[in-house]
Design a protein around this ligand. Structure first.
Ligand SMILES: Cc1cc2nc3c(=O)[nH]c(=O)nc-3n(C[C@H](O)[C@H](O)[C@H](O)COP(=O)(O)O)c2cc1C
Length: 397
């Protein structure tokens, strides 16, 4: 079991590193933490000491240390793996330039193997040419950089700079990565079709299933992009394009289609939109009213003819009756490799719940039943089947 040395530097994301340490401990690793002085302003050494059952090292010149041990040398020699998370712009700048002015940066200079950096910072700090130059330099020095995620940050800015999720880092360090190098596009949530400035047509969908698939795929090593309607779950840590309407979702899917290996259409796309959008709020002048609707593009049907033989397309069928029959029709009409069907007449599964029970119908005529399980487990089942087909199509089995 490798020993893990974790460097913690002064950013808001310090709290995520507590979870990373817990995951490593639970997996049976010996974990030691070095904190910068500034990291101690966000989280106390005591928290890491309690989690790791080891001393958290901060001061390079601590008078309380054993005189026969020189900590930066001892820690570097002890560590089999060295991870710096969160990695601040400041500490990365120092390390990229060989500066050794605290226990962490001194230990880095003694450590002989590549270090894993998980940068975390405000979007402008991350985009700054100095930070980008330092990241490039660290990569050239042979270190591994875990790309930060895109999303809302603690400073309320939106963009790239969020520290990768601890589960994702743990998976990268310790897990097997069956989807490494595979590009997966997942659609999630409902679409919203405006009627007037205040009203719209939509579907009951939280986006939980699509997001669970995206997160699981990321943890299994895939390059994941999510095209999401207005979901009611967090998209934290995901590479995401936000859309509103079916037309926007279609355009976003089409834009990336040629790069996609596995497409998973988990979104609940509205079937209809209004024929004529009213840019003024419609008044309630009469007892009855009718709005003319027209069909939205069927995203999977539209792109079916562009499907490459090496690509895997997965669809969903949320049905309230004749589940099997309706799912099989869609499977065929949309040129899918398999379709994931669920019965939405049941209150205990499907929309807005944490559990689901699905039947998977494959294009070769076979079927798999999931039983009632967590959406994350359904995600695993879908991804493992998609991977099997992807490997078969690409000659990697
Ligand atoms: C509230 C707050 C949050 C901060 N968050 C980050 C951050 O996420 N990433 C970063 O690079 N710097 C962040 N900083 C700035 C660093 O703390 C600062 O650059 C510090 O010198 C880093 O020291 P260290 O690299 O020795 O830990 C933050 C500062 C404050 C006050």
């Amino acid at each position: 079991m490798p020993n893990y040395l974790i460097g913690v530097t002064g950013g808001i994301a310090c709290y995520k590193t507590i979870t990373l340490c817990r995951l490593l401990m639970k997996a049976g690793h010996d974990v030691r933490v070095i904190m910068t002085d500034n990291a101690c302003k966000f989280v106390t050494p005591l928290t890491f000491e309690t989690i790791t059952r080891n001393r958290a090292y901060v001061d390079e010149f601590d008078a309380g240390l054993a005189p026969d041990i020189i900590e930066h040398i001892d820690l570097a020699n002890w560590a089999d793996e060295f991870v710096i998370a969160p990695a601040t712009a400041n500490s990365m700048a120092k390390i990229a330039n060989g500066i050794a002015d605290n226990l962490l940066t001194s230990t880095v200079l003694v450590y002989k193997k590549p270090i894993v950096f998980s940068p975390a910072m405000n979007v402008d700090m991350y985009a700054n040419v100095a930070t980008q130059t330092n990241l490039k330099r660290l990569a050239e020095m042979g270190h591994q950089i875990i790309e930060p995620g895109v999303g809302e940050m603690a400073c309320q800015a939106e963009g790239k700079g969020r520290m990768a999720e601890p589960e994702e880092i743990f998976q990268m360090l310790c897990g097997d990565m069956p989807l490494e190098g595979v590009n997966i596009l997942v659609t999630a949530g409902p679409t919203v079709e405006p009627i007037d400035p205040v009203r719209y047509i939509s579907n009951r969908s939280s986006g939980k299933m699509g997001v669970a698939i995206a997160k699981k795929a990321m943890a299994m090593g895939a390059n994941v992009k999510v095209v999401a309607g207005p979901v009611s779950v967090s998209l934290e840590g995901l590479n995401c394009v936000s859309v509103q309407t079916a037309d926007e979702m279609l355009a976003a899917v089409k834009a990336d289609l040629s790069k996609v290996n596995i497409l998973i259409m988990a979104a609940a796309v509205a079937d209809y939109k209004v024929s004529e959008y009213s840019d003024k709020k419609i008044k309630k002048n009469s007892e009855n009213m009718s709005i003319e609707l027209e069909k939205n593009p069927d995203i999977l049907k539209t792109i079916a003819s562009d499907k490459d033989v090496k690509q895997v397309f997965v669809g969903f069928a949320a049905e309230s009756n004749d589940v099997r029959e309706n799912a099989l029709k869609k499977l065929d009409a949309k040129n899918l490799d398999f379709i994931v069907a669920n019965d939405i007449s049941r209150e205990d599964i499907g929309f807005e719940t944490d559990q689901n029970e699905v039947s998977i119908y494959f294009s070769d005529g076979t079927t798999t039943e999931s039983g009632k399980i967590e959406k994350s487990k359904v995600a695993e089942l879908i991804l493992s089947n998609a991977l099997k087909l992807y490997k078969a199509k690409n000659g990697t089995v």
